[in-house]
Unconditional design. Structure first.
Lengths: 101, 482
């Protein structure tokens, strides 16, 4: 698998990772080497083989769709871990660029 | 007094030769004296824990009926949530994250009365085989501090090997309990997928991850396993299964059918490792086990399969770290910029590599060739084991192709590091249980023996492992400085 620096930039964007330009070549080298290694999977005849779904022939695990209140200390901890908050509200940057309200 | 086995510790507590407070204090004293050389621990919970220990002692003194493990200290890997404690997963991303709740295994340990005295170092998000990927520091091997302890649960393995704590928990996605157990000369178990709840374990690759114990002996590992095992409504992949009662496990290997897969004894394995592992097989044989050569034909594709499927799951799991809800955050002009900056700053190089590999293997035009192809090969690897277990009860292999290597030696080349997992990833791909135990030394460094069994047959691993430890003393060796 040959990948260019632009490909790596694209994959980094898909991954929501900011990668410094001078590091792109390093990641390119690593990804090409790893993808080159995994190419050996093409040697395996997988005709008629089902994709692995789970370790056990699992059946759905059902439960009632009910809200269960959590422990208050857990709730407080979750709120405390918001990097930006107003009271108990999670603050999020504007999703639509150019709108400031 | 030997305080490295649970049996000795329980006896000493029961007969009041030592109090839980003294025991816990002894752990802290030892850690403070030596851990600056090893770097096993990330955080110690000193004050809270000494109070817990005192309470256990008061209860015991008042004649209250005590659970067998009440007041016994232990450590856990820092990717398992303990409410109110910093759970970093070895990452800058979660450097200041305080867990909002207890993992299910932590609830089980507390219910058993065990005292979690601190948490241990790991490769960032459990990505690695040496702990060199920790965002904080590299843990050293207690047998030789120039060597890696293995990973990713290197801190837990080193903590037990250094006798800082008698037992510890780790997590194993591709070998992260067994490989550091082997490199540090301790015993470690990766349970059958689904045996132990993953609720409260910071997910690496959800179809592979299992939490499991480290100890100095199979007895201790089996005892901790029996505490943490069980179905959990908060982990839909956990399953109801028979409870293992460690005391009832037979220690006889007569008639036990042991398979040696020919594909595991290949180039790249140290000759001393091979010698030690085959010598272990010989011990089983002379004591009545039947040894036979078996074939696991798709073994050579295990690493390639793992390094496609696992990064896909990693990319998906780590997408939750967006810099918005918790963890490292960054200022950006837009939501997208906030994501890019927070994740670019927060994740280390190995996490970034795995996220990018996963994003690539799942992206349009490549998912069939990489992800789906690897899932088909994963089915074949599982079928290899299903077929093998029609003929044998246990599969015997090395845990690692080499003993511990120099810190830095494999760090620059990720693929070389990945290949060190060659004997361990298959058990995770197939979901089967596997145990690593000490079976010799090369250049003063421990060699690990791996035993694998069919799903839910941990009992068989304990039976073989307990027997091996009654006729050998590798598990009783300790590093010279300690």
């Amino acid at each position: 698998m040959n990948l260019s620096k632009e490909d790596i930039k694209h994959i980094a964007d898909l991954s929501r990772l900011k990668i410094e330009d001078e590091k792109l070549e390093m990641y390119r080298g690593h990804l090409v080497s790893i993808l080159g290694y995994v190419e050996k999977l093409t040697e395996v005849d997988t005709n008629g083989v089902a994709e692995f779904v789970s370790v056990f022939s699992s059946v759905n695990v059902w439960r009632r769709d009910e809200a269960k209140p959590c422990d208050l200390s857990e709730r407080d901890s979750v709120i405390k871990s918001f990097p930006r908050r107003q009271g108990a509200l999670l603050e999020v940057p504007a999703v639509f660029e150019g709108r400031v309200e | 007094m030997n305080l490295s086995s649970l049996k000795e510790i329980k006896k000493a507590l029961l007969e009041k030769q030592i109090s839980s407070e003294q025991l816990v204090q002894a752990c802290f004293d030892r850690i403070k004296e030596h851990d600056h050389e090893i770097g096993a621990f990330l955080h110690l919970y000193e004050e809270a824990v000494l109070a817990e220990a005192r309470q256990v002692d008061l209860d015991r003194a008042s004649g209250k009926e005590m659970l067998p493990l009440a007041g016994v200290p232990m450590a856990i890997k820092n990717n398992i949530l303990v409410q109110g404690k910093k759970t970093t997963a070895g990452s800058k991303m979660l450097e200041n994250y305080e867990a909002a709740y207890d993992a299910t295994v932590v609830k089980h340990l507390r219910a058993a009365g065990m005292i979690i005295i601190g948490d241990t170092n790991l490769d960032e998000f459990a990505h690695g085989s040496s702990t060199e990927n920790s965002a904080f520091f590299t843990t050293k091997n207690p047998w030789n501090t120039k060597k890696v302890p293995g990973g990713s649960s290197g801190g837990s393995a080193a903590a037990v090997a250094s006798s800082f704590v008698p037992v510890a928990l780790g997590s194993d996605t591709g070998g992260s309990i067994r490989q550091p157990a082997a490199l540090c000369g301790v015993t470690g178990l990766k349970p059958t997928y689904g045996r132990v709840s993953r609720y409260g374990l910071i997910a690496m690759a959800s179809s592979f991850d299992q939490i499991g114990p480290f100890g100095h002996s199979v007895d201790d590992v089996a005892e901790i396993f029996s505490v943490i095992v069980g179905n959990d409504e908060k982990d839909a992949t956990s399953v109801e299964s028979d409870v293992v009662v460690p005391e009832l496990i037979s220690q006889d290997v007569k008639g036990l059918r042991i398979g040696i897969p020919k594909e595991y004894f290949i180039e790249g394995m140290d000759s001393e490792v091979k010698k030690a592992v085959l010598a272990a097989a010989e011990i089983f044989k002379t004591n009545g086990a039947e040894i036979q050569e078996i074939s696991l034909p798709h073994t050579e594709y295990a690493i390639a399969t793992y390094y496609v499927v696992m990064p896909c799951e990693v990319a998906s799991n780590l997408s939750r770290l967006d810099g918005i809800r918790y963890g490292h955050s960054a200022e950006g002009k837009s939501l997208l910029e906030t994501y890019l900056a927070a994740r670019g700053e927060g994740f280390g190089p190995e996490a970034k590599r795995r996220i990018m590999l996963g994003s690539f293997a799942l992206s349009k035009g490549y998912a069939d060739a990489y992800y789906k192809k690897a899932l088909r090969v994963r089915s074949l690897i599982r079928q290899d084991f299903d077929e093998a277990f029609k003929h044998v009860d246990v599969i015997l292999t090395p845990t690692s192709p080499t003993v511990a290597w120099d810190i830095g030696a494999k760090f620059a080349d990720p693929l070389t590091m990945y290949l060190s997992d060659i004997y361990t990833v298959s058990a995770n791909l197939a979901g089967i249980p596997a145990l690593s135990l000490p079976c010799g030394f090369d250049q003063g460094l421990p060699i690990g023996l791996q035993l694998m069994a069919k799903p839910f047959d941990e009992t068989c691993l304990f039976r073989a492992g307990k027997f091996y430890q009654t006729v050998t003393d590798w598990h009783l060796k300790r590093p010279a400085e300690f």
